[in-house]
Design a protein around this ligand. Structure first.
Ligand code: AHR
Length: 509
């Protein structure tokens, strides 16, 4: 069988919307071993740490140029009371984390620890406030505690806890999944709540909050429409901030059922293709929500935030079902690559996306061993690293004049070659995925408007889709140089082996 040959036209001098670095955002919830054992091991740990924060995890995430970190949930956010997580650790009350495993939460990782983590990472904090079981005053006080200068009751409390200067907190979530774990509200009810919580979450001094309303589940476009109607106005002289600056949506790739989502590592080719069809649906969903938003906000002032996305499998055998710990294979990496291509195409409306979750939970970048503490970088981590050149670059439109190869999967058609491109200064970055499990493909890139003077290409693939990294074999799936990129008169020809992810960085004259 001959390789499929795909031709792609990219006008490298026609710059599209900027791809915000925040599309490569992260999420850390008090869930399983994400915070405790993942990010935070306590000051008495033998593992190198600063104030209890694992330095190997920090180093690995800094290498991704991690742009932001969402915390403390998720569902946990709507039962979190921030005042329990400040002051001397010995005095902090213990609570039960009823959402995630019914385990005790000692509140040793709280506001100061989270802000210290963001400072170590060089990441912007994104805090999700408690709308479901908290009060407007509680949220208002938290914003004041974090961001106000000078003197006030909350400022005095912050200073008494050792932090003189306010922090900068740009991103502020008005609850989470209000249609479910965040309060089981209707869209109308939530909109009314969000107006109150949004009003009293104040801008203090130079800290301008970017309020993100808790948005829809997957394809619930009616939810988005209600929020746009009720919260979408941009404010006025009396109330300059508006109620929200963005709204969110959550979408997980779950090819099985909610009861049996499928195994993270033991899967067949059919399961793989079904996964890819589910992953590709993110394009339809972002398009649907953007279309609704365009009706009410044609100027695109309100941002769309996909603040939870990723694969969700059955937990690893023998682990706590409430901890959502799963392995991560080459399949997960290909899901990530496909999502990023879609995100780049939606860069005009999509302002942020956060993978769920960064460490030890769902589609993680990093897995840590509960006994030895050993850290493993997952295949998904490598996609984030290989794609970091897209951060804050101008998106470039990619046209496929002859179409791309496709496979029929049940009643769906899966396009098996996916690509996206961006430009920063005189450098073009093209990301290419071959989603076909068995067949290679060649992509002929017609790069119009510039000539290529140098190329650096890398590939992420493995013998099997099921391959993954472990403490014993940490580099079973890791990027390496890709030599099968050849110059042509109009650009480049890139060979893509079956189930591979490739990045090509081209310097232009
Ligand atoms: O990421 C795990 C959970 O998924 C989050 O807590 C919740 O928001 C979503 O349902």
């Amino acid at each position: 069988m001959h390789d499929a040959v795909v031709s792609a036209v990219i006008n490298v001098d026609v710059r599209g919307p900027l791809i915000s670095r925040h599309l490569y955002g992260h999420f850390a919830e008090h869930l399983g071993r994400c915070i405790y054992g993942g990010f935070y091991v306590g000051e008495d740990s033998d593992l190198p740490n600063e104030g209890g924060i694992r330095l190997d995890v920090v180093e690995a995430l800094r290498a991704l140029n991690i742009p932001n970190l969402r915390w403390p949930g998720g569902c946990f956010a709507d039962e979190y009371h921030w005042m329990d997580g400040i002051g001397p650790k010995a005095d902090r009350p213990v609570m039960v984390n009823t959402h995630w495993g019914n385990v005790e939460e000692n509140n040793h990782f709280g506001t100061h620890e989270f802000m210290a983590l963001c400072e170590l990472l060089g990441a912007e904090p994104y805090i999700s406030g408690n709308v479901g079981s908290g009060t407007v005053k509680e949220m208002s006080d938290w914003v004041e505690y974090l961001t106000r200068e000078g003197d006030s009751p909350m400022v005095r409390l912050r200073k008494a806890n050792g932090r003189e200067e306010p922090w900068r907190v740009p991103f502020w979530g008005l609850g989470n999944e209000a249609w479910g774990c965040g309060g089981n509200m209707t869209a109308q009810q939530y909109a009314a709540e969000a107006r109150r919580f949004g009003t009293y979450s104040r801008d203090h001094g130079g800290n301008k909050l970017y309020r993100i309303a808790a948005g829809a589940n997957s394809g619930d476009y009616a939810w988005t429409e209600t929020l746009m109607k009720q919260l979408g106005d941009l404010g006025c002289a009396y109330r300059p901030a508006g109620y929200m600056q963005a709204l969110s949506v959550h979408y997980y790739t779950i090819p099985g059922t909610w009861q049996d989502k499928g195994d993270a590592t033991a899967f067949g080719t059919d399961d793989y293709y079904r996964t890819m069809v589910q992953a590709a649906r993110v394009d339809e969903l972002l398009t649907g929500h953007s279309n609704v938003m365009d009706c009410y906000d044609p100027g695109r002032n309100v941002g769309l935030v996909l603040d939870e996305w990723g694969t969700w499998w059955n937990v690893e055998p023998g682990t706590n079902p409430g901890f959502l710990y799963q392995q991560n294979t080459l399949r997960d990496a290909l899901v990530a690559g496909l999502h990023f291509d879609v995100f780049h195409r939606h860069a005009g409306r999509l302002v942020m996306a956060n993978i769920a979750q960064t460490v030890n939970v769902l589609q993680a970048m990093i897995l840590t061993d509960p006994d030895s503490g050993a850290l493993v970088l997952t295949p998904t981590y490598h996609v984030f690293e290989m794609n970091k050149g897209h951060h804050d670059a101008a998106s470039l439109r990619v046209d496929l004049p002859s179409g791309a190869p496709a496979r029929t999967v049940g009643s769906a058609e899966l396009t098996t070659v996916s690509l996206s491109a961006s430009r920063k200064d005189d450098r073009v970055l093209v990301s290419l995925s071959n989603l076909d499990a068995a067949e290679p493909a060649d992509v002929v890139l017609d790069l119009r408007g510039g000539s290529v003077t140098g190329v650096r290409a890398r590939i992420l693939t493995a013998a099997n889709l099921q391959d993954h990294n472990t403490p014993e074999a940490p580099a079973a799936v890791a990027p390496r140089a890709h030599e099968q990129v050849t110059p042509t008169s109009a650009g480049l020809r890139v060979h893509l082996p079956a189930h591979s992810f490739v990045t090509v960085e081209a310097s232009l004259a």
